[in-house]
Write a protein that binds this ligand. Structure first.
Ligand code: HPA
Length: 277
């Protein structure tokens, strides 16, 4: 990101470029697709695809399984804008850079954000391929995207993270899951920076802290989204058991192949929720 402009000036320039691609579209629902979940955007009809590289001040996604574009169109009868691939700390992005597209979507008029991710299960009662509706998170990245924005911005910097994951949206997601016969737990997601997977000792510690799942994304985005007052729904696809759980030693191949096999249920769940918004 160019440092000569203020964050607000950079966001305004990015917004202008994005709006030029979107024409009359002004989606109110944003969607972030995690590792191996990019194909979910294929269900979006009348899609306009805008590579991150075409938006000034946006960093590019460097992970192979993350396409790196906005996709705007119709999903389950509603206008949505989707991040087909996100920006991670482990790619070298700062917390501000990870949060930047979320602030951009908020500036565009998005009021509801659905974030998805691939996660390892710490809770031994979860199974590979299950979904977990995020009830709450533990931010173990050691970073916060709101830090350093200054205390005199129009947005309060000391804001509550209680019910950051909207209770009504969680309830709606459970209702859709039950109706569709999809296994969906509800649990606490622990987000860290990666890119190495955790040690079994770390996973044992996280379990004591109350974490049910673990992954390398989401928490900074959700802090950024709550900073702007967006309603958030988070859903994890359990792609593997976390390190040491049932002897597991996670690999990115396992993460991506489970995501490939199990993403249909996630797509149905998301579409069911969106249809009811
Ligand atoms: N750990 C961290 N990130 C992950 C995992 C995991 O086990 N699975 C998918 N993303």
């Amino acid at each position: 990101m160019g440092d000569v402009n203020t964050l607000d000036e950079r966001l305004a320039a990015s917004r202008e470029a994005l709006c030029a691609h979107l024409g009359q579209r002004r989606p109110r629902i944003g969607l972030v697709l995690g590792s191996g979940l990019s194909p979910l955007a294929d269900d979006i009809a009348d899609a306009a695809c805008i590579p991150y590289a075409d938006i000034p001040h946006m960093n590019e996604s460097t992970v192979a399984s993350h396409v790196g574009q906005f996709v705007c169109g119709t999903l389950a009868g509603r206008e949505v804008i989707c991040m087909q691939g996100r920006l991670h700390g482990y790619e070298g992005n700062t917390a501000h850079e990870v949060a930047y597209p979320i602030w951009l979507l908020a500036g565009l008029g998005v009021t509801t954000l659905i974030v998805t991710n691939a996660a390892g299960a710490i809770n031994a009662g979860y199974g590979v391929g299950d979904l977990c509706i995020i009830a709450d998170h533990i931010n173990f990245t050691g970073r916060n995207p709101v830090a350093g924005l200054g205390l005199d911005t129009p947005f309060e910097c000391f804001f509550s993270m209680t019910d950051a994951y909207d209770p009504a949206l969680r309830e709606a997601a459970h209702t859709v899951a039950q109706r569709e016969g999809i296994t969906a737990h509800e649990g606490v997601y622990l987000g860290l920076s990666g890119p190495s997977f955790e040690t079994p000792a770390e996973i044992r510690a996280f379990r004591v802290w109350g974490a049910d799942t673990v992954g390398m994304s989401t928490v900074e985005e959700v802090v950024a989204a709550r900073h702007r007052g967006l309603r958030v729904l988070g859903i994890s696809l359990v792609t593997n058991m976390a390190a040491g759980i049932e002897g597991a030693s996670p690999s990115s191949d396992e993460v991506l192949s489970t995501a490939e096999q199990s993403r249909v249920g996630l797509s149905r769940l998301i579409q069911g929720v969106i249809a009811g918004l």
